[in-house]
Write a protein that binds this ligand. Structure first.
Ligand code: ADP
Ligand code: ZN
Length: 522
């Protein structure tokens, strides 16, 4: 019989396996269960495609990426692999043909949408064929905390109960310890062997800058470093997707919008243009991207703060799958924190769910405000122990100055405290900063905030610096925001700073440093 590496040579024309591929393929081909955690571009597909060819019977691949099934199957057929798919886009005749081929073992791989698996018809179909293995792609979709959650994935634990002898391989590029455990539990993969590749993407340069005029900053990045390059720009809302795409087009950058509010045809057209044409910029919500296999995405830019480090990592991971230098660029500001907190406060979930979202946001904020290597922080988040500085992120290339912000923190926190204690009022960052700067705005006069003892005590810092102070206090959990207007409130931990028991180190706001870092690169 042909060995795995022979199949790799003959069918794919590749010389050898990468990383743990050989071990995974060996394990699954011999009937073992596996949970595979590998970054985007790591080569997960071969881990189930080769066992599918080596083992007798048909492999069933469960994938949520219905829009891409046709492409995936076409790609396999081009290589001479017998593959088919079943999903809602087919008419009954097409489906019957595939079912026939499946039953008669005329295909080696069958791709199915998760919602089909729990139907009676599909189970009967599966019972009538010899299944070689189940591959559960994008396995993190089973995680209820993640933004890719698919309820249908919860049903997949049934595969093991019903077909206990068929090996299963679950694959994902998302891999915090929590998600990992959740996948293993929910998919009933307790005894599966875990294969975890390093999540480092050395060719991606991570940069996080303070947001002031995001569209301009983005345009500047594209013009100075990514002229003519394909890339993805992520925005939080559909409206800002539309506006940003328009703005880029007006400024001579070929851009397309993508969000769930566009009709299916426009979405499909824009997606396939992005994949096939060169140098297009896709401006999108996070609805765009899962499973997008475009090797030469040169940059991923975020105009709004992602909700978690996992999300950030997944989205930035779409850059540079070809291994060439690529940029992950994020502009982030105080307003992002206010907005995300509000989203969490008003979210549907129960207390545990909100607390979980909150913890994810905190980790993301900590990444934004770190003075350490960004890559190091990301990898540490995924449970790896990176060695030293990466030399390819903004903090490594242009180390930010850390400064002792304890006094500034005390000034800001006492402003919040006094407003609340003396006046019974809560205000947002803007008003607190105006008070510190000693600005007699209408709102300051109206509320007689110029009579507060803290009025004008912060004139030593610029407004942008104060915004940085607020952001960093929020990131460090020394201050919190609440409500629709993002009013500032103290936390349990504020008192220790006010008492002088804690030192607060901060990252120096430096637009110039950021600009210099980007110039030195090109
Ligand atoms: P993932 O699903 O983990 O994001 P893919 O399976 O799509 O990654 O693989 C990424 C790219 O790497 C694909 O173009 C694939 O053909 C290529 N690839 C995977 N394994 C190998 C290998 N052993 N040798 C050469 N190229 C490989
Ligand atoms: Zn670094």
């Amino acid at each position: 019989m042909e060995t795995a590496v022979e199949v790799l040579n003959r069918v794919w024309g590749y010389a050898g396996f990468r990383g743990e591929q050989a071990e995974i393929i060996d394990h699954v081909s011999n009937g073992g269960d596996a949970l595979v955690l590998m970054p985007t571009g790591g080569g997960k597909s071969l881990c189930y495609q080769i066992p599918a060819l080596v083992r007798p019977g048909v492999a069933v691949v469960i994938s949520p990426l219905i829009a891409l099934m046709q492409d995936q199957v076409d790609a396999l057929r081009t290589l001479g692999v017998r593959a088919g798919f079943l999903n809602s886009t087919q008419d009954p005749d097409e489906r019957r043909l595939v079912e026939y081929a499946f039953r008669n073992g005329e295909i080696d791989l069958l791709y199915v949408a998760p919602e089909r698996v729990s139907t009676r018809a599909t189970q009967d179909l599966f019972d009538g064929a010899k299944i070689s293995l189940f591959a559960i792609d994008e396995a993190h979709c089973v995680s209820q905390w993640g933004h890719d959650f698919r309820p249908d994935y919860l049903q997949l634990s049934m595969l093991h109960e019903r077909w206990p002898d068929v090996p299963r391989i679950a694959l994902t590029a998302t891999a915090t310890m929590a998600t990992r455990t959740e996948i293993a539990t929910r998919l009933n993969l307790g005894d599966a062997r875990h294969f975890t590749a390093s999540f480092d993407r050395p060719n991606i340069q991570y940069r996080i800058v303070a947001k002031n005029s995001p569209q301009r900053q983005l345009l500047d990045l594209l013009k100075t470093e990514h002229r003519g390059d394909a890339g993805i720009v992520y925005c939080l809302s559909r409206a800002s997707v539309e506006k940003t795409a328009e703005f880029l087009k007006e400024n001579g950058i070929p851009a397309l919008p993508y969000h769930a509010g566009l009709d299916a045809f426009t979405r499909a057209t824009n997606q396939s243009r992005f994949l096939r044409e060169e140098g297009l910029v896709m401006v999108a919500t996070i609805a765009f991207g899962m499973g997008i296999d475009k090797p030469d995405v040169r940059f991923v830019a975020h105009l709004d703060l992602p909700k978690s480090v996992e999300g950030y990592y997944q989205e930035t991971g779409r850059a540079g799958r070809d291994g060439l230098p690529s940029t992950a660029w994020l502009a982030y500001g105080l307003q992002d924190v206010v907005q995300q907190r509000r989203l969490i406060d008003t979210s549907e979930g129960d207390f545990a769910h909100r607390r979980n979202m909150s913890a994810h946001l905190d980790a993301m904020l900590a990444l934004c405000e770190t003075v350490e290597c960004r890559r190091g922080q990301i990898l540490a988040y995924f449970g790896e122990q990176p060695d030293g500085k990466c030399g390819n992120c903004d903090t490594c290339l242009q180390p930010p100055e850390a400064w002792d912000g304890t006094v500034a923190a005390q000034k800001l926190l006492s402003t919040v405290l006094r407003l609340q204690r003396e006046r019974g009022q809560k205000f947002g960052a803007g008003q607190s900063i105006d008070i510190l700067l000693g600005k007699k705005t209408d709102k300051v006069t109206q509320f007689r905030h110029d009579q507060l003892k803290v009025f004008g005590i912060g004139a030593d810092l610029r407004e942008a610096e104060w915004r940085g102070v607020v952001r960093q206090l929020l990131a460090q959990g020394l201050l919190a925001v609440e409500g629709d207007y993002g009013t500032l409130v103290l936390t349990d931990r504020s008192a220790s700073v006010l008492r002088g028991d804690a030192t607060v180190m901060m990252r120096r706001e430096s637009e110039r440093a950021a600009a210099k870092a980007s110039r030195s690169k090109s």
